[in-house]
Design a protein around this ligand. Sequence first.
Ligand SMILES: NC(=O)c1ccc[n+]([C@@H]2O[C@H](COP(=O)([O-])OP(=O)(O)OC[C@H]3O[C@@H](n4cnc5c(N)ncnc54)[C@H](OP(=O)(O)O)[C@@H]3O)[C@@H](O)[C@H]2O)c1
Length: 167
Amino acid sequence: MGVTSLSAIAAVGNNFELGYKNQLLCHLPADLKWFKKITSGHPVIMGDKTWESLTIKPLPNRQNIVMTLDKAAQFQNCDTAYSIEEAIALVADDEEAFIIGGATIYNLFINKINKLYLTKIQSNFEADVYFPKVDFSRWVLKEDLFLPKDEKNIYDLHFQTYELIEY
Ligand SMILES: NC(=O)c1ccc[n+]([C@@H]2O[C@H](COP(=O)([O-])OP(=O)(O)OC[C@H]3O[C@@H](n4cnc5c(N)ncnc54)[C@H](OP(=O)(O)O)[C@@H]3O)[C@@H](O)[C@H]2O)c1
């Protein structure tokens, strides 16, 4: 059994907004491309509500793991985990696995991840779910790619990668 590195990936507004009415904040093709590039070939762990919100499921070329507390729930063409421990056990042989949301699932794993991919959308949004508070003094910014807005991606974007400082 190898050692799995747990990462989280999310796109957030200026106030760490995540979504509204079980949808993403906005449509950003550049961020979808980034998400696909970073997560392809790796397992992705998500909550039931995020799974429901996907238009294409399972996400192709990735082991999809859906978390639920409902033992009777049925999800097609994916694995199901009923606890943090079960989700971690399912990815035990992979080098890097991704927590892909939503808010509830980021909260469950925020103290277990050591890498964070944050797309910072340079705008404020109406939201009903937020990314958990992060103590950025414990994280180092390793990469910050800026993409100016254009006709397809209507907000300036920063693709940031943080790593947890090991003490
Ligand atoms: N901006 C981004 O990058 C991003 C990424 C992903 C999602 N989102 C947004 O986030 C929102 C959804 O977030 P959310 O917090 O409402 O839902 P969620 O995190 O996707 O799913 C929550 C569900 O997870 C299950 N769950 C909770 N605790 C659990 C545990 N300990 N063990 C196993 N399963 C557990 C429950 O499912 P049951 O009810 O079935 O028991 C719960 O309803 C949407 O607006 C979505 O668009 C944004």
